[in-house]
Design a protein around this ligand. Structure first.
Ligand SMILES: NC(=O)c1ccc[n+]([C@@H]2O[C@H](COP(=O)([O-])OP(=O)(O)OC[C@H]3O[C@@H](n4cnc5c(N)ncnc54)[C@H](O)[C@@H]3O)[C@@H](O)[C@H]2O)c1
Length: 366
């Protein structure tokens, strides 16, 4: 395939993750350039465009899809919009990068995969933990046999709750912290272990700190049993005080590794007056704090988006696709069902007609 230069990217959304995508493309600019942004709130996409030098601004993403030179579109909008946006992007003949979680339901995930296949575009699932340098190093060591047979992978992400109102509204998010952050750990453990079949899912969850503002769970423990006899343990919380935690632990018959994403990279700091920014979701910079440096890079976001751009040019093959997102979606269903019944749920588990994964917690299927 002839190289047509940098992949032209359109960004949907102008909030938290859209900003990260724009920043990430600027950190690694060789393979892609952002040429347009679309978001409905007047003033917001304009501000993002000004900050990152993006040439075109739209308030309706469907208008952006008419811009001919755009080849790849990244979706950074609330979860309930992912499916319709993917359909529109694919029908406009552009490649899709969809933020996690892939969709609200398995039917939506199927539709997204089908429409991208039919229109011949790539559906790439934005799971940055597969690109997080510290975690990639742990996987490299595991694959070299450093830990013998790996029997347990733990992944946890915790903070005191999301930044935007729609996350708390389960009709837009589909669920609470399992849906929002457990999706990272599920995708990660499965990938880390080399994609073995997932046998069963067990979850415990509750709403401990935020019952005043959400029907979603704000703390969850999820155990996955894999066909290769390894176990994944995913701990997620929106109820944990003190800013963001992101950790992976790997236990094997021959070794162990502890990877703490933030603390390992931070400088324990005390400041009386405070300062600009410490780390995602940090409540304050006064007193003790743990500032990170190169935050986007340490998460792997520029590396992830560069990989997707290179896939569009045929230089690499997508490491994480709509099919992976669908597996995560099935585990999310099983997790809520398990929390609702108090029992382990065997896979495959594909109940039809579920509107939101969290409904299976409150009302499990028979
Ligand atoms: N990979 C990660 O670690 C990570 C982190 C945060 C968010 N996300 C995901 O990114 C997505 C967006 O989350 P966020 O934190 O940026 O939320 P946000 O609330 O900060 O931003 C959402 C954006 O979507 C826009 N939007 C709403 N309706 C729209 C529409 N009809 N057309 C176009 N734009 C529309 C809003 O105007 C806003 O700019 C979610 O799916 C979330 O799960 C992923």
């Amino acid at each position: 395939m002839a190289d047509r230069g940098r992949v032209k990217v359109g960004i949907i959304g102008s909030g938290f993750e859209a900003d990260i995508h724009a920043a990430s493309f600027r950190i690694l600019p060789e393979d892609a350039e952002v040429v347009a942004v679309a978001s409905p709130t007047k003033g917001h996409p304009e501000a993002l465009a000004k900050k990152y030098g993006i040439a075109h601004v739209y308030h309706d993403y469907r208008e952006m899809l008419k811009q001919k030179d755009i080849e790849m579109v990244t979706i950074n909008a609330p979860n309930h919009l992912h499916c319709a946006m993917t359909r529109d992007i694919a029908n406009a003949g552009k490649h899709v990068v969809c933020e996690k979680p892939l969709a609200m339901t398995l039917e939506e995930a199927d539709e997204m995969i089908d429409v991208c296949k039919k229109t011949g575009v790539l559906l790439m699932y934005a799971e940055e933990l597969l690109f997080t340098p510290k975690y990639v190093k742990v996987k490299e060591m595991a694959d070299q046999g450093a830990f013998g047979k790996v029997y347990l992978v733990k992944q946890s992400e915790k903070h005191f709750g999301p930044h935007a109102g729609w996350f708390w509204d389960v009709s837009k998010s589909g669920g609470g912290v399992l849906m929002d952050m457990g999706c990272h750990g599920i995708a990660f453990c499965w990938w880390f272990l080399g994609h073995p079949a997932i046998k069963s899912v067990y979850c415990q969850m509750g709403t401990y700190a935020h019952a005043d503002k959400t029907k979603g769970e704000d703390n969850c423990i999820c155990i996955l049993e894999f066909a290769n006899d390894a176990v994944g343990l995913i701990e997620t919380s929106w109820a944990k005080r003190g800013g963001m935690d992101d950790c992976t632990e790997v236990y094997g018959t021959g070794g162990v590794s502890y990877a703490d994403l933030h603390m390992g990279n931070a400088m324990p700091t005390f400041s009386g007056p405070g300062y600009g920014y410490a780390v995602e979701k940090a409540p304050s910079t006064q007193g003790w704090s743990y500032p990170v440096f190169e935050e986007h890079w340490n998460y792997g976001l520029p590396q992830e988006l560069r990989h997707f751009a290179r896939c569009v040019r045929g230089k690499e093959t997508p490491m994480v696709t709509g099919e992976d997102g669908r597996v995560v979606q099935e585990v999310l269903y099983a997790g809520y069902q398990s929390a609702g019944t108090g029992r382990k749920v065997e896979l495959p588990f594909r109940p039809k007609g579920v509107k939101r994964p969290i409904d299976l917690w409150r009302k499990p299927v028979a």
